[in-house]
Design a protein around this ligand. Structure first.
Ligand code: HMG
Ligand code: MG
Length: 309
């Protein structure tokens, strides 16, 4: 890649909070998103239009996306699993279309997995069925003028079926790009990858897909998050998904912890040739605040270190 600017996709309000058992009031999520935007983050995943039976914590997403501050230059994407979810979003958008304020969102994210076992656990269908379902969502979303991001889960290993063939990851990435996703985020959902396996996986994926259209999505279960981010940057990737305070975990990925912490990524880039927007100290404070709000220990080592000073 020609630029050293690293795009941070903040996924804390969605990936970070979706797994919390205790209901978090929409007001807290709205405050979180507003704080993150005011700390200089420009892409903040705000929630999901998934089945509330599957993910009860995301049920308040309509309130969240209609009530956040909507700073100019900031995007607030939401996850959408099927046409039903997209239709729910579209009706929110059309109700809002007469208002003079900015639309609640202009971007959706679709998600598939590299193994049938994970696909079934997460979305109740096989990979082949999910491609069909996702294709319908992407077509309708593009037709309605929305940007569409793609996620591919379990790119290193599946919690149910073990090691993943990176050629499968390569081919499914291409499917998502061919559908019209502007970017595909490669998810090490369980966080088992290390710089070696991430690098091997990326080499395979980049052999047939443009590196400029890829993002790295690393969970920090084994403490490899920052190392894997640096590996992805070295491979030419310039978009990194992270969550403030290292919040999170996937409900269908037992034992996996949250994403690499946003403040850890920003600290790792300090003084390097890479730049990123986002105020490290403000974000570290937000990580401390939201960890308290959800009653968890802050998972960010950088957040804890800065707080102790
Ligand atoms: P299903 O049960 O097969 O769906 O679930 P269904 O079509 O049979 O519908 C069942 C019920 O849900 C029906 O209600 C539908 O109306 C309703 P009932 O008639 O029983 O009252 N329903 C919906 N309600 C609201 N919004 C919708 C919706 N769709 C159906 N969109 C489905 C299939 C895909 C819906 C379900 O499996 C689901 O919602 N899965 C989402 C799981 C999820 O959100 N996982 C976490 C996000 S992915 C992730 O975290 C990984 C990532 O971070 C990257 C990484 O780390 O790898 C992105
Ligand atoms: Mg994730």
């Amino acid at each position: 890649a020609s630029t050293n600017y690293v795009n941070i996709m903040e996924v804390g309000p969605r990936d970070g909070l979706q797994n919390e058992k205790k209901a978090i009031p929409p007001a807290t999520k709205i405050e979180l998103i507003n704080k993150l935007a005011n700390a200089g983050l420009t892409r903040i995943e705000a929630g999901s239009f998934v089945s509330p039976k599957w993910i009860p914590q995301m049920a308040g997403t309509v309130e969240v996306i209609t009530q956040v501050e909507h700073l100019p230059g900031v995007r607030y994407p939401v996850l959408v699993p099927n046409v039903k979810g997209l239709e729910n979003l579209l009706s929110v958008l059309s109700e809002h279309s007469t208002s003079s304020s900015p639309p609640p969102t202009d971007e959706v994210a679709v998600f598939i997995a590299a193994t049938d076992a994970f696909s079934k656990a997460n979305t109740n269908c096989t990979i082949v069925e999910s491609l069909e379902r996702t294709n319908q969502v992407v077509r309708l979303a593009l037709e309605k003028g929305l940007r569409v991001r793609g996620y591919l889960s379990v790119v290193i290993a599946c919690p149910y079926s073990g090691p993943v063939d990176y050629r499968k990851v390569r081919d499914l990435t291409k499917e998502l790009l061919d559908m019209g996703c502007y970017e595909v985020s490669l998810g090490d959902t369980t966080g088992v990858g290390n710089p070696h396996s991430i690098s091997e996986m990326l080499n395979t994926v980049i052999s047939t897909n443009s590196v400029g259209k890829l993002a790295g999505h690393f969970h920090d279960t084994y403490g490899m998050g920052v190392a894997n981010v640096m590996t992805a940057l070295a491979a030419g990737i310039r978009t990194i998904d992270s969550s403030v305070g290292g919040l999170g975990g996937c409900p269908y990925s037992p034992g996996a912890t949250g994403n690499v912490a946003t403040e850890d990524v920003l600290y790792a880039l300090k003084g390097s040739p890479y730049t990123a927007s986002g105020d490290l100290n403000k974000i570290a404070n937000i990580g401390m605040w939201i960890s308290n709000e959800v009653g968890r220990e802050n998972s960010s080592r950088v957040g804890k270190a800065l707080h102790a000073r």
